[in-house]
Design a protein around this ligand. Structure first.
Ligand code: GSH
Length: 281
């Protein structure tokens, strides 16, 4: 029996006259083929001796291909939002590292998953989704446990607004391409100083918005969508851009509360499979 590894796509089981991995050998043979790549993963002579083994392999391969896959970089705040959502909902997932500093988001294989060349990307069977907001809305509908949205419409609106301040009005200013451009145009420290200003502007708006809604967390005493966006953004502000959080007491307070929650703590940059040793918590 020969087994090759190719995790993508549902599997096709075939019985035929040929060994699909070594086609010169004649059968009867059974073969498991990946529907996506058409590649033979398992090929073996067919006799009752290995029947039960075959059933187990098919079952395990099926379970494996059903598992969610998250393309992520340890330091990505956008991927961090999804990591928290997956943890809160208790969903197991395979972590696929994409090293942004090495430019792995621009490889032809990755651009097939997300033509914009950003993480996160979530793969759920045949469904490929990029963009943290879209992914979290998808997860919310497919896996309603631990809802990310409050029941009341106004509360949902505030959550959308706060999440969007982070994802449209703060985070895009600190992306690699922008920082590189700023550095090249304005000098070696200009990128960080400029990003810090954008973060401070956004945080000031969030402090004003959330003062009437916050409880233990951003919009009350339960964590919701806004918190998933805020936690990695505040972490990045402190870790990378050295923002002084004394200016933002509400955000500083809820950030401390996030770090008490395992779903948040485990999603932070210091605890990912691709976190470099010197940055591990
Ligand atoms: N709106 C997107 C933004 C995604 C995004 O900007 N991702 C960053 C990491 S947080 C990225 O992949 N940057 C790579 C680059 O700038 O080349 C989302 O929310 O997922």
């Amino acid at each position: 029996m020969k087994i090759m590894r190719d995790p993508k796509g549902p599997l096709i089981f075939k019985i035929g006259q040929r060994d699909h991995i070594s086609p010169n050998l004649l059968g009867p043979y059974f073969t498991l083929t990946n529907s996506h790549s058409r590649q033979a993963l398992v090929s073996s002579p067919l006799h009752t001796f290995n029947f039960f083994f075959i059933v187990i392999v098919i079952f395990m391969a099926g379970e494996e291909s059903k598992k969610l896959k998250l393309y992520s970089d340890w330091l990505s705040s956008c991927a961090g939002r999804v990591r928290i959502g997956l943890n809160l909902k208790g969903l197991e997932y395979e972590y696929v590292p994409v090293n942004l500093l090495k430019g792995e988001q621009q490889t032809p294989e990755f651009l097939k998953l997300n033509p914009v060349g950003f993480v996160p990307v979530l793969v759920d069977g045949d469904v490929v989704l990029a963009d943290s907001f879209a992914i979290l809305m998808y997860l919310e509908e497919k896996f309603p446990q631990h809802s990310l949205l409050p029941k009341d419409l106004h509360g949902r609106g505030i959550n959308y607004q706060a999440a969007n301040i982070v994802c449209s009005s703060i985070q895009p200013y600190q992306n690699i391409a922008i920082l590189k451009f700023m550095k090249e145009k304005l000098g070696p420290d200009a990128d960080v100083a400029w990003a810090r200003d954008q973060i401070r502007r956004g945080f000031a708006a969030l402090e004003k918005l959330l003062k009437d809604y916050s409880g233990k967390y951003a919009t009350g005493d339960e964590v919701f969508l806004a918190d998933l966006f805020l936690a990695p953004q505040i972490d990045g502000a402190i870790r990378i851009f050295k923002v002084d959080m004394d200016e933002f007491p509400l955000l500083a307070r809820i950030f401390k509360a996030y770090l008490e929650l395992p779903a948040f703590r485990d999603a932070m940059p210091g605890r990912q499979p691709d976190t470099p040793a010197e940055h591990r918590d």
